[in-house]
Design a protein around this ligand. Structure first.
Ligand code: THU
Length: 157
């Protein structure tokens, strides 16, 4: 038996102002996307945005349904919209933010969204930068979804 350990590299910005312009724009795009959230059941809005290899930004927001499992997270709405509308374009970055009653809140992708993000990395052979809005306007940046989802499911089908 061998004991092993995982180390996860990430960084945090104190504010959006500290971020490189293109990443700040991506987070602002995710913040803007919270406006289109359809979340009458949870009353928790999630805004997401992805940046594609050619620089295009695509928004997504959580879309709920009375039959609860039929809804979809903001991150997957952004990713699937990007894939459907811009086929062949790699996703290079994703930003996510929560919102309630007009205040922006911390949000981090759920497990299912992480699994979907990993597949985008595998499809296009690049690591995705993930930006999560944190309390007090801080932003966490994680380079590569494998850091968010180690021991990923992989199979040759
Ligand atoms: N939600 C997201 O949009 N993204 C996540 O990563 C986790 C949760 C949504 C689902 C539901 O509409 C609301 O947040 C409350 O769970």
């Amino acid at each position: 038996m061998e004991k092993k350990q995982l180390l996860i590299d990430y960084c945090e910005y104190d504010s959006l102002a500290e971020m490189p312009a293109c990443d700040r724009e991506l987070m602002e795009c995710a913040m803007d996307a919270t406006r289109s959230s359809y979340s009458p059941y949870s009353r928790f809005r999630v805004g997401a945005a992805v940046r594609l290899a050619d620089g295009t930004l695509v928004q997504g927001s959580n879309q709920e349904n009375l039959a609860y499992p039929s809804g979809l997270c903001g991150e997957r709405v952004a990713l699937f919209t990007a894939s459907a509308q811009h086929p062949g374009q790699a996703v290079v970055a994703l930003a996510v933010v929560g919102s309630q009653e007009g205040d922006f809140l911390e949000a981090s992708p759920c497990g299912a969204c992480r699994q979907v993000m990993v597949e985008y990395e595998m499809r296009y052979g690049n690591e995705i930068d993930v930006f999560c809005y944190l309390k007090g306007g801080r932003v966490r940046r994680i380079h590569g979804v494998k850091s968010l989802l180690p021991f990923t499911f992989e199979a040759e089908l």
